[in-house]
Each structure stands twice: as structure tokens, then as C-alpha cells.
Design a protein around this ligand. Sequence first.
Ligand SMILES: NC(=O)c1ccc[n+]([C@@H]2O[C@H](COP(=O)([O-])OP(=O)(O)OC[C@H]3O[C@@H](n4cnc5c(N)ncnc54)[C@H](O)[C@@H]3O)[C@@H](O)[C@H]2O)c1
Ligand SMILES: O=P(O)(O)OC[C@H](O)CO
Length: 446
Amino acid sequence: MSRKLLANQQAIRFYSSTYNSIYESIKIKLQNHLKNHEFQFKAHHHTYSDTSIRNQHKISGDGLWSPTLHFEKNQLSPSSSSLYSSLSSTSELDQTNCNNDKPRRVTVIGGGSWGSAISKVIAGNVTKYPDLFDPEIVLYLRDENLRLVIEKTRVNIRYLQIKLPTNIKPVSDLKEAISRSDVLIFAIPHEYIKDVCFKIPKRSILTPRPVGVSLIKGLHIDGNGNLERTTQIISRMLDIPVGALSGANVALSVAKEEFSEATLSPPLPSSPKVDEMLNKLFATSYFKISTCYDTPTVEICGALKNVISCGAGIIDGIGYGVNTKAAAIRAGIRESIRFVSIFHPEYKLSTFFENCGIADAIGSSFGGRNRKVIEQFVKSTKSLAVLEREILGGQKLQGPSTGEVVNRLLDNRNLCDQFPFFTTIHRICNREEEPRAILKALELSC
Ligand SMILES: NC(=O)c1ccc[n+]([C@@H]2O[C@H](COP(=O)([O-])OP(=O)(O)OC[C@H]3O[C@@H](n4cnc5c(N)ncnc54)[C@H](O)[C@@H]3O)[C@@H](O)[C@H]2O)c1
Ligand SMILES: O=P(O)(O)OC[C@H](O)CO
């Protein structure tokens, strides 16, 4: 990859002979840098075919793709030199094992329903691409007894009643599970991610330097009361680049090979080789992958849809039909966009039209576990913990705990009034309001 960065009075132009993805990662770096220096900029992005400019800057090759970032204010600070050097430095991903040509070893961390289903997908793909991947994948699960059952029967009897391929090796020792891995896939409920990362050594002392992909749908609050996403936590705690995969993906349907889609946000700054490798790791004829570099929105959509589907469960619980549920999904999407615009102002609206956005909110509002449990919660006096145990038998609800985090983040900024739908769902799940309060919230949320 050849990179050249130029600054002049009007613009910074970044020339790259590779892909859009690089432009996205550079744009994010520039945005972060300029945010620190209180600069505003507008990004335009077009093909530059002017041969005199190409000759002037010794750029060669056909089909040169050259985005240009134009700055609104023409005031680059002296410290911009640090920006130039950071942009031209070797990408973090170049330093990981995923960027070499050795077959990568893959570990899925989390042997619940989604970890098991995605292991089946991945196990098929590592066999299909022997040059890219080690033919055996590791599935880490905490429970040694369950590990023995899976090893013997090939079925994760507690979480997913589907036969798993023989090239999935179940392992219940975390250090052993990750010790030789180049790709770490995280598929545990968000509540446990810090505990699990705490038990994994940092990349600096891991011998293959892995990349991570989070399949986790949930949000967190950092020490200052601000939003922290799961990819940020993993990246911070393990010092590895981490991407995300999210979509309308009920585990059993994916395991049964029913056609599904998912949105992949590869780790940034982007590397075409790693992007392609991850695509091949996940994509099948029945599991269609689209790439989207707006990672924060992809992750936040995945978490907020769990709150939306609790809203759908409340609608079912009070006995209302699809008109009201459709209105609830729309209110949830509207508040999700509002939420993302506050917590990630550089978001792209188009991300909501990827599978991780509206599609997942719809799918979960009809077929998800949150919907199912919350419907019964509304119809009974039982606690969420009891219903989770009775209905899900060991699987975990993510919606109410995400609603709690969302509520705290909004409360910290005095924003609850602007989010009547999310706020009311949270209060209903705490039994602080009657379930029918959701109808008033729908009116207010318009
Ligand atoms: N199940 C799905 O259909 C699906 C689909 C897409 C994404 N996801 C997301 O994937 C993530 C994993 O969910 P899941 O549905 O596979 O889980 P699950 O509810 O099926 O299983 C529970 C998981 O939690 C683990 N666990 C329980 N207590 C733990 C503890 N104290 N410490 C560490 N781990 C503990 C269990 O070992 C198990 O892996 C979640 O963020 C979920 O939102 C799930
Ligand atoms: O069963 P849920 O409600 O946890 O949803 C599962 C998946 O996230 C659906 O995409």
C-alpha cells in the first residue's frame, strides 16, 4: 500500500492506491485528531484522475482512487505533523499475524447459542479456505462438563440443539483456547466481557498477535459516565484491533442454515487483507456478509434493538397487535438514530439500512428471546430472573440490562425526556410503571 499525504492552503489530500476502507479509517483518524484541535471539516470523496497531479506526486498504477478531505477552516496547527506521521505509519493491523500468509487459527470465545451457531458457520469456511485458515477451530466454553458432552455428542445440549462439525475443538481452559490463535471471536453476553478479558493476557505477550471480532450486543459505561462500546473495551484491555459483526441473526435459524444477513465492521485502521480474510471466515451462501466501516453505529444498533424488542414484548403482553408493534419499532428506530447522533455524531444514517439496523430490530421484535420473556413478564408477576431461568433455561436476556445502561447514559446528560420510548421500557422492566404506559410513550415519541 502506498500512501502520500499533502497539505496546502485549502485542503489535505490523501492519495491511496487501494480501497475505500482506507479512506474510512483515515477519515476517522482525521476526525479524531481534528476534534482534539477543535477543527471542523467536511469530507468529500471523489476519483482523482488528473494525470499532472499524479505525475507531480509520482503516483502510478491504473484506476487510482484518491479521496480528498477538504477542511472548512484553513488552520492546521503545528502539531499536524504528528497527524501526518501517524497516517503514514504502519497500520496496527500490519503488525498482527492476520496480515501474513500463514493459515490463521481461530478461536470463538463463548459457547452459548450464538457462539455455537457461528462456530458451525466458521468451521465450514476454514475447511473451504485451507490456505487462509487452520482446519480446526477452537470453541471456548466455561463449563468442563458441557465441554465433555460436546466432545462426545457434537451437540451443545444446553444452548443449541444442532450437530456441530468435527473440526470444532471445545476447550474449557481459556488460556489454552487462545494461546495459538490469530483471530479471536467474542460471543458472550456483554455483562461478562470485562471478566473474560481480564483473564486473557494482553496482545503484547501473546505470541500470535491476534485481531478480534465482537459479536456481542450490549453497551457499557466508562469511569466518567460515558458510553463505552464492547469493541473499545476488548481493544483497551487486550491491546488488539477489534471489529464487530451484527445483524438479524437468531442463532438457531443461522445454525439451521436459513438465509440470513449480517453486517461486518472490520477492525480499523483497515487492512484489505484482513477485511477479505474476515469476510471469508463468516460469509456463506446462507449467511450473507456486507461490510460497513461505521463500527460505532453497527454496535450501538445491535445493542439498542434489544431494548426495542423488549418494547415489542410489552406490546404483545398487553394484547395489542401488529399496528402497535410496527409503531413501536418505528419509535425505537427514531430514538436509536437520536441516541447515535448524540453519542457518535459522525454516524452514517445509511448504517441503519444495513442488516444490523432496522432489519435486526424487526427480526428481534418478532422472533427474539427478549420479546418472548418480556411478554410473559407483562402477563405475570414473576421477576425477570425467574422468567429468564424458566423460559430460556440458561440463556441470557440482554434487553433489560441494556435498557438500564441506556437510561443511565441519558440520565447523566439530562436527556431522558427526549427518549420517552426507551425510558418507559426501562421503567416497565423495573416494574416502576404499568405496561400500558408504553402507549403514552409512543404518543410522546413521535
Ligand atoms: N443468541 C442469538 O441468537 C444471538 C445472535 C446474535 C448475537 N447475539 C449476541 O451474542 C452474545 C452472546 O449471546 P448468546 O445468545 O450466545 O448467549 P446465551 O444466552 O445463549 O448463553 C449464555 C452465555 O453466557 C455465558 N455465561 C453465563 N454466565 C457467565 C459468566 N459468569 N461469565 C462468563 N460467561 C458467562 C455462558 O457460558 C453462555 O456462553 C450476546 O451479546 C448476544 O446479544 C446472540
Ligand atoms: O433472542 P434475542 O432477543 O437476544 O436476539 C437474538 C439476536 O440478537 C437476533 O439478531
